[in-house]
Design a protein around this ligand. Structure first.
Ligand code: PMP
Length: 304
């Protein structure tokens, strides 16, 4: 990817021209936060649509505020920089966009009280993240971080070590993805995605107070379920065995999109295959992401 363009220090430059010190605090201490955004390529229209671009940068700036990373750009400027970056890379395929805001200082103290705040935005083509349509998940023994530890709401770079430890544990045992519990034993989320269950015709998902990232795909799924499928969606705490007993379980996330979880801790969910609610939501999600449903065309920013 060295010959791709990135946005760095206010300019679009070649990735190979970015020089960040080994002493940089963002690297040494994980003093940063990030976003993951997708742009969907529509082959018939020959158009690339960025999905909920504004909302991602609103979330990034909210994270920056909480973490004392003062990025000198507005949401509008970051949206514009992203569009220009995608054009400059001439991307004509579904793409993942990664803005990272971080402390750039080389000073050895792990303090947030300095004013070397930087942002880099890079992108890369990305199709189906796991290459699978049905996942086998297992609960990890690592606990999800709390709001008073490393606030999950802010998508902090450092929190992904918690995610990586969870993935290491379950993937090395042959599962596709991990599930976290909170300290209170509530179902939380996956390492990089939110979780939903379907029970008795209702969709239930953990609330923000259970230390989840308030996912933008999660929000999209909740709206589509309510508005397009007329299904009641409830945000409330879920226990582990309730998930085992669910009719359907599925994940949502920018990279993961909407994908069925067909097994949890070696228990089949429903009949062990993608269920009808997940299938319908997934279909709707892809239609919305490529601007096929007028009511949601605001979610899609065309690049070309
Ligand atoms: N939880 C975590 C921990 C994540 O990293 C992500 C991916 N950003 C999500 C949930 C899903 O959020 P979104 O739908 O906004 O991508």
């Amino acid at each position: 990817m060295e010959n791709m363009y990135v946005f760095y220090e206010g300019k679009i430059i070649l990735e190979s021209e970015v020089h960040i010190s080994v002493r940089c605090k963002g690297f040494n201490y994980g003093l940063g936060c990030f976003e993951g955004i997708r742009a969907y390529w529509d082959e018939t229209e020959k158009q690339l649509y960025v999905f909920r671009l504004r909302e991602h940068y609103e979330r990034l700036l909210q994270s920056c505020k909480v973490l004392y990373i003062n990025i000198p750009y507005t949401v509008e400027e970051l949206c514009q920089a992203t569009i220009e970056l995608l054009k400059k890379n001439n991307l004509q395929t579904t793409t993942y966009i990664r803005p990272v805001a971080f402390k750039g200082s080389n000073h050895v103290a792990p303090t947030l009280l300095d004013d070397d705040n930087r942002i880099v935005i890079y992108c890369q083509p990305m199709g189906n993240f796991t290459g699978k349509d049905e996942l086998r998940a297992a609960f990890t023994s690592w606990e999800r971080l709390g709001d008073n530890m490393l606030p999950p709401r802010t998508k902090p770079t450092a929190a992904y070590l918690n995610s990586a430890l969870a993935s290491l544990e379950v993937v090395s045992k042959g599962y596709d993805e991990a599930l976290f519990l909170t300290r209170n034993g509530h179902v939380c989320e996956g390492p990089g995605e939110n979780v939903f269950m379907v029970r008795n015709g209702k969709i239930i998902t953990p609330p923000p107070s259970d230390n989840i990232l308030e996912g933008i795909t999660r929000d999209t799924v909740m709206r589509l379920a309510r508005q397009e499928l007329g299904i009641e969606v409830i945000e409330r705490s879920i226990t582990r065995t309730e998930l085992y007993a669910a009719d359907e379980v599925f994940f949502s996330g920018t990279a993961m999109e909407v994908v069925a979880v067909v097994e949890v801790d070696d228990r089949k969910i429903g009949n062990g295959h993608q269920g009808p609610v997940c299938r319908k939501l997934k279909e709707l999600f892809f239609q919305v992401a490529t601007s096929k449903i007028k009511a949601y065309s605001d979610f899609c920013t065309p690049v070309y």
